[in-house]
Design a protein around this ligand. Structure first.
Ligand code: C5P
Length: 233
């Protein structure tokens, strides 16, 4: 994979015009565009089709967490829209994960939909995790949820850069690991707590890095993305 293929840009915007302007500005400098709840709730499935129609791959980050039947149908709808990647919460449990895994027939480089299990949100810290009711540390919980996703048949997970190495060791080289919470040197962390630079995250074992505001909030998003990709070469 080229350095640009490893970059996923999170286009967290409500306005269709803003989303398409960013997708056009970033054409060819990122492998995948991530559309999340904000973009999807504001615009519906048409926004996914429109970005794909521009020749881009779309990661539809809906973080599905529901009963197995509902989750499976939501993932199937995302796949039929043409999303290259879609997320479900690994904490939805083994039955839900197995139901969602059957939708995925692809791998991390193929054309079919890669269903990713979200392990622990990169915005959480140990004390918040414990308040939710998880007994282990962030790392233990991340590894446990990644193994759960793998055992259920998922081929990829979303995890913090700080858990990548442990997850890589536990799940092996075939597991696709997508890492958000990426901050180039000198950029604002915002609400992200466990951040890492793009190059360090790849060195730790990430297959893809997800970058949002450091690129989409820059005065020149294309230059920001190009500068970031340069640090990966
Ligand atoms: O703007 P920023 O770079 O923080 O964007 C990160 C993106 O990755 C957001 O769209 C966020 O929803 C997503 N994400 C995350 N942590 C996860 C899963 C997804 O930050 N565990």
């Amino acid at each position: 994979m080229q350095a640009t293929d490893r970059l996923i840009v999170a286009i967290d915007r409500s306005s269709r015009d803003d989303i398409l302007r960013l997708a056009d500005a970033l054409h060819g400098v990122a492998g995948v565009f991530k559309l999340g709840l904000q973009a999807f709730v504001a615009n519906g499935p048409s926004i996914v089709r429109e970005v794909i129609a521009r020749g881009a791959k779309v990661f539809l980050d809906l973080k599905v967490h529901d009963i197995p039947n509902t989750a499976r149908h939501a993932v199937a709808e995302a796949a039929s829209l043409g999303a290259a990647m879609v997320t479900v919460h690994a904490s939805g449990g083994p039955t839900m994960l197995r139901a969602c895994a059957v939708v995925s027939t692809g791998d991390s480089t193929g054309d079919s939909t890669l269903v990713l299990g979200v392990t622990v949100l990169t915005s959480l810290n140990d004390s918040e995790l414990q308040r939710i009711g998880f007994a282990g540390t962030l790392r233990e919980t991340g590894v446990r949820l990644a193994r759960l996703a793998q055992d259920a048949g998922l081929r990829g997970v979303v995890a913090s850069s700080h858990e990548v190495a442990a997850i890589r060791e536990a799940c092996g080289s075939e597991m696709c690991i997508v890492v958000p919470g990426i901050r180039p040197e000198g950029s604002e962390a915002g609400d992200q707590r466990r951040t890492m630079t793009p190059a360090a995250a790849l060195a730790a074992g990430a297959d893809y890095i997800v970058v949002g505001r450091p690129i989409t909030g820059a005065s020149d998003p294309r230059s920001a993305a190009l500068a970031l990709v340069d640090t990966l070469r």
